[in-house]
Design a protein around this ligand. Structure first.
Ligand code: NAD
Length: 251
């Protein structure tokens, strides 16, 4: 039986760990050829080794999503190797715990550079390859913190709110090239990003008391939403947002 993204070329940023790793593994299992990028070379190499061992096809490229130069290189490599790109998952992100008054200018700028400029560059530099697909899908990773307020995450919220509307703007501008663009908004997911938060029983209880399903999620539970948006099953969905939060934002 053919996979749900059989024969497609997919790029996942921040694919070395956490949800990015999970998205890359699932897309590969469903038949896509993967370009995994990340700053973490060792973990990124391990991900593609695992995909290739399981019979998939993957390559790894060291990449800082906040670097235009890096994106230029990846765009050229993608076009020269594959001639096009079908799926772009703008997943890489960083989290800063801090209220406005305690957030330094540099920390604020870096958070926006990685979380927003990373998505902007990804879209801009991969556009030629995405246009060449004739049927491409961009999945931008925002957060529930791009939808509702929360304490001590000012820069992160500014960045994830921006990703939400950058997604819609991109959907409007590039529908003419048959590029669909959607955002996903995960809730509390067990990754390195939330490891310390979830290690404190107090914090875990506070976070999960407002989650209807009463638990944090595993990365793969978000990957299935990414897979759906990336696949032709979502052929009439663009400019939309899928919330994967166990009901956190429902109450
Ligand atoms: N974990 C959660 O609960 C949660 C909830 C909502 C949204 N998100 C978002 O999901 C995405 C993935 O988060 P995660 O929880 O898997 O985090 P993670 O920290 O486990 O993994 C993030 C990956 O991104 C990479 N990365 C960081 N900065 C980078 C850069 N400048 N260039 C390239 N790669 C870079 C890291 O090396 C790492 O491999 C992020 O955008 C995050 O904001 C996470």
């Amino acid at each position: 039986m053919a996979g749900r993204v059989e024969g497609k070329i997919a790029l996942v940023t921040g694919g070395a760990n956490g949800m990015g790793r999970s998205h890359a593994m699932l897309l590969a299992r469903e038949g896509a050829t993967l370009i995994v990028t990340d700053r973490d070379e060792e973990a990124g190499q391990a991900v593609i080794d695992e995909i290739n061992r399981q019979g998939g096809q993957a390559r790894f490229i060291v990449h800082d999503v906040a670097s235009a130069e890096d994106w230029g290189r990846i765009s050229e490599q993608t076009l020269s190797t594959f001639g096009h790109l079908d799926i772009l998952v703008n997943n890489a992100g960083i989290l800063l715990f801090s209220a406005v008054q305690d957030t330094g200018d540099e920390d604020f700028a870096r958070t926006l550079d990685v979380n927003v400029k990373g998505v902007f560059y990804g879209t801009k530099y991969m556009l030629p390859a995405l246009k060449a697909s004739g049927k491409a899908s961009i999945v931008n990773v925002s957060s529930i913190y791009g939808l509702i307020g929360a304490p001590m995450v000012a820069a992160y919220q500014a960045s994830k709110g921006a990703v939400r509307l950058l997604t819609k703007s991109t959907a409007v501008d590039y529908a003419q090239f048959r590029i669909r663009v959607n955002s996903i908004h995960p809730g509390v997911i067990r990754t390195n990003m939330t490891k310390d938060l979830l290690a404190s029983a107090d914090m875990e209880n506070r976070l999960l008391s407002t989650t209807l399903l009463g638990r944090a999620a595993e990365p793969e539970e978000v990957s299935y939403a990414v897979l759906f948006l990336a696949s032709d099953e979502a052929s009439y969905i663009t400019g939309a947002e899928i919330v994967v939060d166990g009901g956190y934002t429902t109450l």
